[in-house]
Design a protein around this ligand. Structure first.
Ligand code: ATP
Ligand code: MG
Length: 391
């Protein structure tokens, strides 16, 4: 048996002339997230239809609830365009999960259908009440809504599942996410992917100062995020030599900021190589000494790419709530030794002087070392393969 799903798209429907571009991306992303089960995805017009085998329902629900661009979806019944079939269909959709009050919402995109939306809704409602007299109608604040859409056929559904909203990954190009093992950067990646950015992740690994387990943790975070990101490349950049150079050459109170600048510089070179147009970090204003306005001015000054910091105005509690929702929180809070805290100065600069920091950075003459680190980066991939199974 096959199941049909109706998928609603939010913001995409508002796109003018570019709409088909966004719709094409969404179709590809849905197919990619359902790789292996070969669903049929059709659509346009602010509505998509997906057909899959009934036994794949769990996978379909999981994939659609993690595909940006989808605002909601429901299993849908497709019946002939006559009132008898519509009423029969409606009765079969309403099961024990439906209690309390309801409303019928009818829409006709086929205006040649002989009944008005109002007539369809009243007739279906009347028949439902006759079959389930314990239910009641409430058009203002119903517990559930049964939708009837008259198109080439009649489509009936009760909205049950929420999608993550946003725009399809890939429609905003590519970016490089600086991904540590902490709570913040996975959330930053999630939020930028939600606006359509495809991401490569970049993790700076300072073995043995940071243990192998941190690298495992970052890989695990990529796996958790992969369905949202439509797959993600992870570049693990060996950072030990850079760290040791900094420890040797930099003033103690400047180490953290110079290290951040080095990370930005490498990420920026990676972005160029990957044809990515921006960087993404998990910085949040005033969270730590290296995230003040002055510090951010300096660390961002080593790249001319835009640096997106979607958490900049968020409280930790708000960030944690998103991390819990996306499933990264439990992994992010596993104990780990952060390479930054290990080398952290006792009294970090809070209001660094820009010119002085630029001078210190220049004196490091560290470009070759940074280029070497990027050269030695190792790449892995998490998530649904970009190759598409079309049907
Ligand atoms: P997070 O929770 O993301 O680790 P944080 O609050 O610990 O962030 P910092 O340690 O100051 O903040 O790091 C700020 C940002 O710099 C991080 O959000 C991340 O984008 C980037 N970053 C820090 N350390 C690393 C690392 N080892 N590899 C890649 N990116 C890093
Ligand atoms: Mg951190």
């Amino acid at each position: 048996m096959e199941s049909l799903y109706l998928i609603k798209v939010g913001e995409i429907a508002l796109k003018g002339q570019n709409r088909s571009y966004f719709e094409g991306k969404l179709r590809d992303n849905i197919r990619r997230n359902l790789r292996g089960i070969r669903p049929i995805v059709r659509g346009g017009d602010g509505r998509f239809f997906l057909t899959a085998e009934e036994e794949d329902e769990t996978r379909v629900v999981d994939a659609l609830s993690k595909t940006f661009g989808v605002t909601g979806f429901s299993r849908t019944l497709r019946v002939e365009k006559d009132m008898e079939a519509i009423v029969r269909g409606a009765l079969s959709l309403v099961d024990e999960r439906q209690a309390g009050s309801f409303k019928i919402e009818a829409r006709r995109s086929d205006k040649s259908f002989p009944r008005s939306s109002y007539e369809i809704a009243s007739e279906v409602g009347r028949e439902l009440l006759a079959a389930r007299p314990e239910l009641r109608v409430d058009v203002r604040a119903p517990d559930w809504i049964l939708n009837v859409e008259i198109r080439d056929r009649a489509f009936l559904y009760i909205e049950r599942n929420q999608g993550p909203g946003g725009l399809p990954v890939g429609c905003a190009g590519r970016g490089v996410l600086l991904l540590s093992g902490g709570i913040d950067s996975p959330v930053a990646g999630y939020l930028m992917a939600k606006r359509g950015l495809r991401l490569d992740a970049c993790y700076f690994h300072a073995y043995p100062y940071t243990s192998e387990s941190v690298e495992e943790k970052v890989k695990r975070l990529c796996e958790i995020l992969a369905p949202y990101l439509g797959g993600v490349n992870l570049f693990v950049v060996p950072f030990t030599e850079t760290q040791e150079r900094l420890k040797e050459l930099a003033k103690d109170e400047e180490v953290t900021l110079l290290m951040r600048a080095c990370m930005m510089k490498i990420a920026s070179a990676l972005a160029e190589r990957r044809q990515a147009g921006c960087l993404v970090t998990g910085e949040s204003l005033s969270q730590v000494a290296s995230q003040t306005t002055e510090a951010i001015r300096f660390t961002g000054s080593v790249t001319d790419l835009p640096v997106f910091r979607p958490l900049i105005g968020m409280d930790k509690e708000e960030i944690i709530a998103i991390a819990r929702r996306t499933g990264t929180f439990a992994t992010s809070v596993l104990p780990y030794d952060d390479c930054c805290s290990l080398f952290a100065p006792k009294h970090p600069l809070i209001r660094p002087d820009f010119a002085r920091m630029r001078e210190s950075y220049g004196r490091l003459a560290i470009d070759e070392c940074l280029a070497r680190a990027l050269e030695r980066a190792e790449r892995s991939f998490s998530g649904p393969e970009p190759r598409l199974a079309r049907r």
